[in-house]
Design a protein around this ligand. Structure first.
Ligand SMILES: O=C(CO)[C@@H](O)[C@H](O)COP(=O)(O)O
Length: 242
């Protein structure tokens, strides 16, 4: 573990009175990753690191040695989103926690492989999350709610950048919020929206209950990142569930 690694209780240090911004390193300048991390660090709550195997998601993304280099550059929490097939997910989770991930999110669609992957993350003393593809029924989060600190809902087709937000994204967040509350896990779980994060969609996602959003181009391509993040932090809290 790097000396840069944040305290184990980093989850409790994340603000609750404003929307969190996770920045997706896939949308950084991949030829200048260090520069983009250092320039965005003052504005980010977590870095989001997509991992894709070209089968579970149609792209090849980030690998453990790369994460270890990123770990050495920043003390900000690193959220690894594993978009890989079930036969390798537990092994991948282990490799990414060894490389310095603070939070590893596993797809519920990995089925029978999910438990072992969540165990691997917990055994390493790191936080775990569960994530759903856009087409998966939201109830699929329920069996995992007592074991995770983050629930992420994709708002676009998996593993493709630059897409518009699905009309189903906001109603799905509301449903997830209800399920989290019904499980007595409100306040223990952060609800995250990933995909389709645009200036016009962030207020809608926040109103639907998102507590964190995964910004790609909205962070890395914004000429006024400080202004963008001040705006994001100033969005009103979601209304209480009826
Ligand atoms: O997971 C994703 C896209 O599915 C993100 O992590 C991307 O980085 C988003 O990039 P933009 O489309 O917002 O530019």
């Amino acid at each position: 573990m790097s000396a840069n690694h944040p305290a184990a209780d980093w989850l409790d240090t994340l603000p609750r009175d404003r929307l969190l911004g996770e920045f997706s390193l896939w949308s950084a300048d991949l030829a200048n990753l260090e520069r983009d991390i250092l320039r965005t660090e003052p504005f980010v709550d977590l870095y989001h690191v997509d991992v894709a195997d070209g089968r579970f998601a149609p792209s090849f993304l980030f690998f453990p040695d790369q994460l270890a280099r990123i770990r050495a550059l920043t003390a900000k929490p690193l959220h690894v989103h594993l978009m890989v097939e079930g036969d390798i997910v537990a092994a991948q989770a282990r490799q990414f926690v060894e490389a310095g991930a603070d939070l590893v999110t596993i797809h519920a669609e990995n089925g029978a492989a999910v438990d072992a992957a969540l165990d691997a993350v917990a055994e390493a003393g790191r936080a775990a999350g569960i994530v759903l593809r856009l087409e998966t029924p939201v109830e699929a989060i329920v069996p995992f709610l007592d074991r995770v600190s983050f629930v992420t809902l994709l708002g676009t087709a998996i593993g493709v950048k630059g897409q518009g937000l699905s009309d189903t994204a906001c109603p799905r967040l509301v449903e997830a919020r209800r399920l989290i509350a019904a499980a007595g896990r409100e306040g223990a779980i952060r609800l995250a929206a990933d995909g389709g994060i645009r200036a016009q969609t962030v207020p809608l996602l926040r109103a639907a209950g998102a507590e964190t959003v995964v910004l790609g181009s909205l962070a890395f391509a914004d000429p006024d990142l400080a202004g963008r993040i001040a705006w994001l932090h100033g969005l009103p809290m979601p209304e209480a569930l009826p």
